[in-house]
Design a protein around this ligand. Structure first.
Ligand SMILES: O=C(O)C(=O)C[C@H](O)[C@@H](O)CO
Length: 265
């Protein structure tokens, strides 16, 4: 029996749109709830959410096969990628990638020898169903999916070289960090940033790689899809929950309470 088929990898390679949701609650119960919403993929965010390895593993267990879990590594280092793969992440998003050399190192981290340097410990791990997938070691490389996140002017300058790296399965633009690097901290919607984002998406597609991005702005998400981005995260659980709770509180707190005498008190 081989490693489980990575349907997300197959879908983006085929040019099929994948609509995603970012998970920043760092909680298995919330992840399970969101996983059932109907998104094609979710991101368990190890970079900016308060996640530890056991907390991410619990989220992967809760998500199960309800949707495809992408795990964002906190940093693109071989040791953490090995641990993320062992807990069962098949698709890993790596932030702050700036050069082709870095991308090559990440490809090596994602793959068992001879293609890469992934350490062999999956027999003890969730990835191989605790060694109940007999052909895991010989088939795992085919099912891992590496997404690199470009989010600086240096990364954008090296975009074609990064996209050309064999084993990079998708290229994702991080608008918030790109905006910060361009001098527009907190303003990813600035026209200068958007021009670079749109140019980046076009160049990724021209390079023959699937392009991805995150935005909580619905109109912008549709624009990116129309421009050909294939894996687009259209919101975050934290923002949805924060906005909905604030709106509900404001709705009832803004209605003046009746005068105390009128209600019988
Ligand atoms: O640069 C970006 O944009 C990202 O990396 C995404 C952010 O981390 C954030 O928007 C996730 O909530």
């Amino acid at each position: 029996m081989p490693a489980p088929l990575n349907k997300f990898k197959a879908a983006i390679a085929n040019g099929d749109r994948q609509i995603g949701l970012w998970l920043g609650m760092a909680n298995a119960y919330a992840a399970e709830l969101c996983a059932g919403a109907g998104f094609d993929w979710v991101v368990v965010d190890g970079e900016h959410a308060p996640n530890t390895l056991p907390v991410m593993a619990a989220q992967l267990q809760a998500i199960g096969d309800k949707t495809h879990p992408v795990v964002r590594a906190p940093i693109g280092e071989t040791w953490i990628i090995k641990q993320l793969l062992d807990i069962g992440a098949q698709t890993v998003l790596v932030p702050m990638v700036e050069t082709a050399e870095q991308a090559q190192q990440l490809v090596r981290a994602m793959n068992y020898p001879p293609k890469g340097v992934r350490g062999v410990g999956a027999a003890m791990a969730r990835a191989s169903a605790f060694n109940r997938i007999p052909d895991y070691l010989t088939t795992a490389n085919e099912q891992v999916c590496l997404l690199v996140q470009l989010e600086s002017r240096a990364a954008m300058a090296n975009l074609e070289a990064i996209a050309a790296v064999e084993g990079v399965d998708g290229v994702f633009i991080g608008p918030s960090d790109l905006a910060a690097d361009m001098g527009f901290l907190g303003k990813p919607g600035a026209p200068e940033v958007q021009a670079m984002v749109e140019d980046g998406l076009a160049r990724i597609i021209k390079a023959g790689k699937p392009a991805g991005i995150l935005t909580a702005d619905n109109a912008l998400a549709q624009r990116y899809l129309d421009l050909g981005a294939s894996f687009v995260a259209v919101g975050t659980d934290v923002t949805l929950f924060s906005q909905a709770t604030s709106a509900l509180a404001a709705k009832f707190k803004s209605v003046p309470a009746p005068a105390k005498g009128a209600s019988g008190y």
